[in-house]
Design a protein around this ligand. Sequence first.
Ligand code: PMP
Length: 418
Amino acid sequence: MAQLSPLLKQATPVVVDHGEGVYLYDVDGKRHLDFTAGIGVTSTGHCHPRVVEAAREQIGKLVHGQYTTVMHKPLLELTERLGDVLPAGLDSLFFANSGSEAVEAALRLARQATKRPNVIVFQGGFHGRTVAAASMTTSGTRFSAGISPLMAGVHVAPFPYAYHYGWDQETATKFALRELDYLFQTVSGPNETAAFFIEPVLGEGGYVPGNTEFFAGLRERADRHGILLVMDEVQTGFGRTGKFWGHDHFDVSPDVVLIAKGLASGFPLSGIAASRELMEKALPGSQGGTYGGNAVSCAAAIATLAVIQDEGLVENAAERGRQLLEGARLIADKTPAIGDVRGLGLLVGSEFTTAGGEPDPATAAAAQQAAAKSGLLLLSCGAYSNVVRMVPPLVVTAEQVDDALRIWGDVVASVTGS
Ligand code: PMP
């Protein structure tokens, strides 16, 4: 008899039978409030009827049509639809299956287009687990442990994580930009730097939003030195933050946008978007994979985009996000064990710290496990795994947010004794 590899480290003992909306039902018939959404993926809720129907219909017509051989209708239609929501000028798309592959595709594009070797990433950023993407990931050593030598040419600049530094946002931002300039002087001259890879909100790194001044600083340096600004919207795209794109909060125009997760409601699909002019600078035929732009995934993505628009999910994420953030802050106010609560839209993180202000992953894990026992599924994040994050489907209602906050309040009170 075969068994699942111990490589998989499962956060809860839950074995799911089926999902519906914001709920997962396990094999014993217990209902769980799913505030993980498959790590920010099932934005339209589990098994949204319109997404299911679109996928079902497509399965009956064509499952796979390999895009370097033949094109298919869902891929062309999705490309057109994405044109309506992508930032102006990013009118050229390439599709893959996972966030990591999108990162790799953008890395190839950036190096080929600029003919420069280096990329600059930002402390606490997460870009995936393939070796190149893991080499660009600094949200925890666990993601690149034991696989050295990592890809060369990656340099790390600070992210304005004010709480971590113990500074206000302005000071943290000034520091981060000054260190970036220092990095240009010391390890990766601007003419050697192909791209900045950055998330609008650090995801796995602890749900830390960037800010307008910081992104203006990056944009200015990118323009001055011919460096590409690659925005990793894998976790933050498609309304997750209460605006369509995470970077919409910060008044910045990226050169490349990476998409995945919320794009197709759980069907594997990712992509990169850039201007045609930039895409033309890459080497033709050097990109692509067997399954990229799968027909069923594309059909699911077309339906997902329609649901996001028709059901006002971006607006819902903004409103429910405010409710969740405020509620989580009120809970944190009652205990010294949570040092900071932050987020944007339906990305809300509570950072657990000891009395001395040190990261406290043990209490965070205890709270996460106690919540799971009480029927609320949550995730952790942060370099120290001391941030408990809430990332529910964007269809979540005010009542469901209240339910989650009630459970979270009880759990925090019991594990912290407050
Ligand atoms: N970039 C970001 C910002 C992510 O959050 C993730 C996944 N958590 C990835 C890239 C990698 O995506 P995948 O796991 O689909 O390879």
